[in-house]
Design a protein around this ligand. Structure first.
Ligand code: ATP
Ligand code: MG
Length: 387
């Protein structure tokens, strides 16, 4: 008998080649995440089994696995050679202390095993009741469930604790997205959500130094590190927006300032995306949250790019976004009080329903191509890897 971690992954509808890619990517990502820990990772019929790690590392390994997209749960299990006698012993040895009701949930993947799953449930239920006579079976709301998996590799796994993971798809299985990362609450969550659907993340941050402080930039680097523990390596492009903002401020209608800023951010983001093989742009916008996030505003900013723009938070309330930010550990950093470039020269009454025509007209007074090029020529690049 040995202690192992039994890893369950989701997206079970995947078939054929997709399934193979999914699992091999998942294994690669897990191996990368656990690179400091000697251990063995094997696949058996829709499960991954992690074994031969130092027992003292189990807690930290578990925490790391909970940051790997594509996993739905990890169980502390015991593994042993399949025999009815040993299954009975291991199930009865589970700690039922302090529990009043239980159920057995068996899965017989090995059809050579003589008992069906249901027969095994009944048999083991009886054995447990004999050893723990004060217990009662409750099939609907048991306080504890004993899981038994008889698998085709000749091994059986028994466990009672399943630690939930975040689900999603393995990092990198969906290509790459270019995230517009501000220092706020929303964009780190948006990046995390798209990475959860399998996208690798590359990011761009615009700063307006010296109007914004060096700490504002540090804060964004910190946020990139925080999401990198889930999202893997992130190349962060740090781009100065100062000159662009000054030019807009000088030449354009105040109420259109944010609209035009956003359109230039989008253009720069698209150039970076194309140059770095990203197939989409990601923002943290949520419909109606502020004036620049109305349907009309988003239409006017979208119209300058041809790549798809993913806005995973579009239908989320601020409370829901904050809940995710807390869960993934970015909230405390996001609420640090450093200014964002969008708050410099902030117009009193930003337009709520901008039009493409008006934006294009106002942009005639700017050398957009020159501004975009200068900003890109002076970018700073940081490679972040906290995975
Ligand atoms: P966040 O919490 O992500 O800052 P927000 O609610 O403050 O979002 P806005 O300031 O309207 O919203 O920004 C909308 C989106 O534009 C952000 O989610 C982000 O994707 C992008 N963005 C805004 N400012 C910057 C910036 N300085 N650098 C990069 N992207 C930015
Ligand atoms: Mg913001």
């Amino acid at each position: 008998m040995k202690k192992v971690l039994l890893i369950k992954f989701g997206e079970l509808f995947l078939k054929g080649r997709n399934r193979h890619d999914f699992i091999s990517r998942l294994k690669k990502n897990i191996a990368q995440k656990l690179r400091q820990f000697p251990c063995k990772l094997e696949e058996t019929q829709g499960r991954l089994i992690l074994s031969d790690y130092a027992e003292a590392d189990e807690g930290i390994i578990l925490a790391k696995l909970q940051q790997v997209f594509g996993l739905i749960g990890v169980a502390d299990a015991v593994e042993f050679d399949t025999s009815l006698q040993e299954i009975e012993k291991q199930v009865c040895d589970l700690d039922f202390g302090g529990v009043r009701t239980f159920r057995i949930e068996s899965k017989r993947a090995d059809k050579n095993f003589p008992l069906t799953s249901m027969d095994l449930d009944k048999h083991l239920g009886g054995a447990v009741l004999e050893k723990w006579p004060s217990l009662k079976v409750d099939l609907y709301e048991p306080q504890m469930t004993a899981f038994v998996e008889v698998r085709t590799n000749g091994k059986t796994y028994v466990y009672s604790k399943l630690h939930p993971c975040v689900g999603g798809l393995p990092l990198g299985s969906g290509g790459k997205g270019l995230l517009l990362l501000s220092g706020g609450i929303d964009s780190p969550v948006a990046g995390w959500m798209m990475a959860k659907r399998g996208l690798e993340i590359e990011a761009v941050h615009f700063h307006s130094y010296p109007y914004t402080s060096p700490q504002a930039k540090e804060k964004v680097i910190e946020l990139a590190k925080e999401i990198s523990s889930y999202c893997g390596k992130i190349r962060l492009h740090i781009v100065s927006f100062t000159e662009i903002q000054e030019q807009i401020h000088k030449n354009c209608d105040e109420e259109y300032m944010i609209t035009i800023m956003r359109r230039i951010m989008m253009r720069i983001a698209e150039r970076l995306a194309v140059a770095n093989n990203a197939g989409a742009i990601i923002t943290g916008e949520s419909l109606g949250q502020v004036a620049s996030q109305t349907m009309q505003s988003m239409n006017v900013t979208n119209s300058v790019v041809s790549l798809p723009v993913f806005r995973p938070l579009i239908a989320f309330d601020k409370e829901e976004i904050m809940g995710i930010a807390r869960k993934i550990g970015t909230y405390e950093t996001s609420i640090l009080p450093y200014e964002d470039c969008c708050t410099v020269f902030l117009p009193k009454n930003p337009v709520i329903k901008p039009t493409i025509k008006r934006a294009e007209f106002l942009e005639k007074s700017l050398d957009i191509e020159g501004l975009v090029q200068t900003a890109l020529n002076n970018e700073e690049i940081l490679d972040i890897d906290e995975f």
